[in-house]
Ligand binder design. Structure first.
Ligand code: 2RA
Length: 354
């Protein structure tokens, strides 16, 4: 019989995309149950063209569920993912809570699908969207050229910070629209926003007419949590415990789709032609790389689509084993909902073929 799926966090930024994804991909599911905080319970939302009433998170909502996808804050996952798993569901968790635990696999289906089967706690984690934005591309290159080092700068969209992040960018743009003198005097953007917007921002500096060199929470040594996640998660997914990684994560005024400038060193020389061949053959990567014609990916050009887009591939002039490239990926789709749905499909196929 068809497996039953629960979507926990069905009303958030990722949850909304999740409903769209399960409604448009091949339908392998029996029931799809929507679950959210008590505040959102009782709402009616569409899935697969049908109205479904959202249920409040409680132990019983997992009865009869085979797979539960969680996109909720870390502390909610910490409490509820083990409850779902104990009630017999395979829990696929998007939070940071379990990702680095050794008995929980961290899965990107293009890169390490086999890892999903080894899940002693019935929990599978899905990576942070920043890591995911480059994993399909870096996994394909690593498989042939053996990755040694990554230096990354991110350009992260505001929807990575949820519905509130997106609302804030729109509010700031609206508040500043029409002022053709703004952004030319130190501090004027912040001052104008302080005067016009009462609500506190989810970002530590203005995000309109600006870039913000900070994403996530404060970690030892002055690192931001997003930078540490990028390092730890890349190592685990690619299966390279000693991979050298250094990152700077930056928030930019883009609604959705994270971009990364990646400087990747491999074990042996890799030319642009080599990289193009590998990337063009990777099923979920789209190569957009013809700089003479102005062809490279931008977030605005690819948002709302599934692939990982790669352009600006160069062999670093002073480092022959090293590529510089630019990657874009929709942080709500491959970066979140799509990867979780793909893991769920992997697990579902195990039982369908058993
Ligand atoms: C962000 N990666 O973009 C985060 C979301 N977990 O803020």
């Amino acid at each position: 019989s068809r497996p039953n799926l629960a979507l926990v966090g069905a009303t958030g930024a990722v949850g909304t995309v999740m409903r769209d994804i399960v409604s448009t991909r091949e339908d392998i599911w029996g029931e799809i149950r929507l679950v959210a905080s008590p505040r959102s319970a009782g709402k009616t939302l569409k899935v697969r063209g049908e109205d479904v009433v959202v249920r409040a998170l409680a132990p019983e909502v997992f009865d009869g569920i085979d797979i539960a996808i969680f996109d909720v804050p870390d502390e909610v996952s910490a409490e509820w993912v083990p409850i779902a798993a104990a009630r017999g569901a395979v829990a696929i968790d998007k939070s940071g809570t379990f990702r680095m635990q050794p008995d929980v696999p961290l899965v990107v289906p293009e890169v390490n699908p086999h890892a999903a089967a080894d899940r002693p706690r019935n929990i599978i984690s899905t990576p942070n969207c920043t890591t995911l934005s480059m994993m399909a591309a870096m996994g394909a290159l690593h498989a042939e050229y053996n990755l040694q080092e990554l230096v990354v700068a991110s350009y992260q969209a505001v929807s990575g910070a949820g519905v509130a992040g997106t609302a804030r960018l729109y509010d700031e743009v609206e508040a500043l629209a029409g002022d053709r003198g703004i952004g030319q005097v130190a501090g004027d953007v912040r001052k104008a926003l302080d005067n016009k917007l009462a609500e506190e921002s989810p970002f530590p500096a203005p995000i309109a007419f600006n870039v913000v060199p900070w994403a996530g929470s404060f970690k030892e040594g002055g690192w931001a949590s997003e930078e540490i996640k990028l390092r730890d998660e890349s190592r685990k997914i690619l299966g390279i415990p000693g991979l050298k990684v250094s990152a700077t994560c930056v928030r930019v005024p883009v609604v959705t789709t994270h971009s990364l400038a990646v400087h990747a060193r491999f074990e042996r020389e890799i030319t642009v032609a080599d990289a193009h061949r590998v990337l063009a053959a990777a099923p979920t990567v789209v190569l957009m790389d013809d700089p003479e014609k102005g062809v490279w990916p931008t977030p605005a050009a690819v948002v709302g689509t599934d692939p990982t887009y790669v352009g600006r591939v160069r062999q670093a002039i002073d480092f022959p084993n090293t590529l510089d490239l630019f990657v874009c990926g929709d942080n709500l789709r491959k970066g979140a909902a799509l990867n979780a749905a793909e893991i769920a499909e992997l697990v579902a196929r195990e039982s369908l073929s058993a």
